[in-house]
Design a protein. Structure first.
Length: 269
């Protein structure tokens, strides 16, 4: 019997759901049957995501979440269970990046990137495992999908802080997958590694390359990123969301501790 990408009856929490990949993940999960708790530090943008899901006939709740705050995670997990009666999927998507050479990166900037990109994934994963495992508030297992990056596999000029954080997400996900699997908790943990994807973060990186004198103009910055790839196009948020949906669904029931790369062949070179 073929496994389905449907996630009917499941409850999914998605971080950074106000725009880009997070918004695409929230929409994909909702369109395939999940009730979605869409979270973001930007409450206006995440409200717009939830409104769009509702127009398409889906169920969603918008919540404010600063992924670096432990108390916020406790509140979001509790509200997901109170509103929808469960907590089956977590998509840790929220992240930040900036372009700096290592010598121009301040310690405060370094710590801010690690706090959002790595500490936030730790806090979210810990909250999800506590809720999903037997005896937890939800207690029915689940799937955790952590958004890393191709920068978690290979290095990139001007992105040392970002790559360090995303490399941490990659191996952290594997470690928790082993821990949950051997404990028999019914929780799968995987990472997704997008390449150049048409999001506000990528356009910010284009602008910062120009500002720092690393590219002559925005078109040159775009060519710099395109030259990394085998496929001659920038990825779409929906491309990444499809990979996340697969890993969250029962179609991936025997996949844990894996890394799924969605990068147009960037890391194939």
């Amino acid at each position: 019997m073929k496994a389905s990408l449907r996630v009917d009856g499941k409850v999914a929490v998605v971080t950074g759901a106000g725009s880009g990949i997070g918004a695409a993940c929230a929409r994909a999960l909702a369109s395939h049957g999940a009730a979605v708790v869409a979270t973001d530090i930007d409450t206006a943008s995440v409200a717009a995501t939830v409104e769009a899901i509702g127009r398409d006939g889906g169920r969603a709740l918008a919540l404010a979440l600063d992924v670096t705050r432990e108390q916020d995670w406790q509140r979001v997990a509790a509200e997901a269970i109170a509103e929808f009666g469960g907590f089956d999927i977590l998509v840790n998507n929220a992240g930040i990046a900036f372009v700096r050479t290592v010598v121009d990166t301040s310690f405060d900037e370094w710590r801010r990137v690690q706090a959002v990109n790595l500490d936030g994934v730790f806090l979210g994963t810990r909250a999800a495992v506590a809720a999903m495992r037997p005896g937890g508030a939800a207690g029915r297992g689940g799937a955790i999908v952590n958004l890393s990056s191709v920068g978690g596999i290979i290095g990139a000029e001007g992105l040392s802080a970002y790559c360090a954080s995303k490399g941490g997400v990659r191996v952290f996900s594997k470690s928790v997958a082993v821990e949950c699997g051997r404990a028999g908790w019914g929780i799968r943990v995987n990472s997704v590694h997008p390449g150049n994807t048409d999001t506000p973060m990528l356009h910010q990186e284009f602008a910062e390359r120009v500002e720092k004198g690393l590219s002559a103009d925005l078109e040159a910055a775009r060519r710099y990123y395109m030259d990394m790839q085998a496929l001659r196009e920038i990825g779409k948020p929906e491309d990444v969301a499809s990979a996340v949906l697969f890993l969250a669904s029962d179609a991936a029931s025997f996949i844990t501790g894996a890394e799924l790369v969605v990068d147009g062949g960037l890391t194939a070179r």
